[in-house]
Design a protein around this ligand. Structure first.
Ligand SMILES: NC(=O)c1ccc[n+]([C@@H]2O[C@H](COP(=O)([O-])OP(=O)(O)OC[C@H]3O[C@@H](n4cnc5c(N)ncnc54)[C@H](O)[C@@H]3O)[C@@H](O)[C@H]2O)c1
Ligand SMILES: [Zn+2]
Length: 378
């Protein structure tokens, strides 16, 4: 396998992957529309666009356009499909855009693979932990349960805990494995589930080995500092660099599994080069969870900032409470082992942010957009 097409290859994960692949001797084509929400109005000034500029063949195009896919697929031995709209909150009111880009874009790719000549021998698709919704929990009475979205009434009264779907009691988080029931709580999560399942179904029928990676919260150098809709570390960093205070939602005890970018690109490389993961959906995470209050505190300390952290009790519809990946399957199939711990990763991320221009803080406006639609509750 020599030529890899990365859709969304100018973005955070894609650009880091492109560099790693080109270092490893692959030829890389990137199909990316260079979205202004991620890269700003002038892509020449985007960090990740500059990172890949001289190392890949860049095709500026849209995954919703079959002709752009057709050009990009020329000569490709493998496709890593990363291009997507990625904001969970934004997906709750930009529904057509999310469905058309994420599901429609994937459908156009699959149509070409099914109907036109090509050389593609491997398809990797970026799924997300969002396909699980709240994920896997244990109830004292009912054992393993997969709770649905938390109730508005509970959250409005300050109770953010996840409840047993059978008896309503508080339940205890467990690491979520790939056999868990899927139940996305956001439009974004739904599109990721569709992307994954469409790719798997068509990949099987065409005999193209397909792998879906369910990424947890990926962070590190290159993550967009412009996009106010996604990436808690970027959002907090941009607020701190602008001298603004940080509001932490819920009670601050919500957790995420943060996985460092290099661990993610390593997993993709393993999936590309080895057959053990073919036709599987695998979690990619760190297997550690960190609560949001700790993140805010750590960032403020490391940036030596005097921004204040306030736990507001506000919440967003569609957000999940906790997230922790069970990594047994990817360990067993690919020998994957996350290598960068959270403290180390955060230090590397911050060193990188310190070298970047401070972006204007568009966070308040993004929250107002949600609030106006009843998706953000105070
Ligand atoms: N970063 C995370 O924490 C995370 C977690 C789970 C899943 N994922 C998935 O991984 C993939 C990559 O995420 P990322 O963090 O690198 O995001 P990103 O926003 O940095 O990169 C996405 C890239 O796709 C491009 N793009 C968007 N719409 C497009 C379109 N219509 N046509 C062509 N290109 C388009 C953007 O310009 C951008 O360069 C996405 O599919 C995302 O859903 C990411
Ligand atoms: Zn119960």
């Amino acid at each position: 396998m020599t030529r890899v097409l990365i859709s969304g290859g100018a973005g955070f994960i894609g650009s880091n992957l492109a560099v790693k692949l080109s270092d490893a001797g692959y030829e890389v084509t990137v199909l990316d529309c260079l979205s202004a929400q991620i890269h700003g109005e002038d892509p020449d000034r985007s960090y990740t666009c500059r990172m890949i500029r001289d190392r890949v063949e860049l095709i500026r195009g849209d995954v919703r356009d079959s002709n752009d896919w057709r050009k990009a697929l020329e000569g490709a031995d493998a496709v890593v499909h990363l291009a997507a709209e990625t904001g969970t909150g934004q997906s709750m009111y930009a529904i057509e855009k999310y469905v058309d880009t994420n599901i429609g874009g994937t459908a156009r790719l699959l149509d070409l693979l099914a109907n036109e000549p090509h050389n593609v021998k491997k398809l990797i698709v970026a799924s997300s932990r969002a396909v699980y919704g709240e994920g896997k929990y244990r109830c004292g009475t009912h054992g393993i349960v997969y709770p649905t979205s938390r109730r508005n009434a509970d959250m409005a009264s300050g109770d953010f805990e996840v409840k047993c779907p059978a008896c309503g009691a508080n339940v205890k988080m467990l690491p979520t494995d790939e056999e868990s029931v899927l139940g996305p709580t956001s439009v974004y999560g739904h599109t990721k589930q569709s992307q994954e399942q469409l790719s798997m179904i068509v990949g099987r029928s065409l005999g193209i080995p397909t792998v879906a990676f369910r990424f947890q919260n990926v962070y590190g150098p290159g993550q967009s500092l412009k996009n106010p809709y996604t990436g808690i570390l970027s959002i907090f960093s941009t607020r701190i660099k602008n001298g603004n205070d940080i509001n932490v939602f819920e009670d601050g005890r919500e957790t995420r599994d943060f996985v460092y970018i290099d661990d993610v690109t390593d997993a993709i490389l393993l999936g590309l080069s080895r057959p053990e993961a073919d036709f599987r959906a695998l979690n990619v995470g760190s297997g550690e969870c960190t609560d949001v209050l700790r993140i805010a505190g750590l960032l403020i300390q490391k940036y030596r900032s005097s921004s204040k952290v306030t736990v507001t009790g506000d919440y967003r519809i569609g957000d999940i409470r906790h997230n922790l990946a069970d990594l047994r399957a990817i360990r067993e199939t690919l020998g994957y082992e996350p290598r960068i711990g959270f403290e180390e990763g955060i230090s590397r991320f911050i060193d990188w942010v310190e070298g970047q221009e401070t972006e204007p803080d568009r966070y308040e406006a993004s929250i107002r957009e949600m609030e106006n639609r009843g998706l953000f509750k105070k």
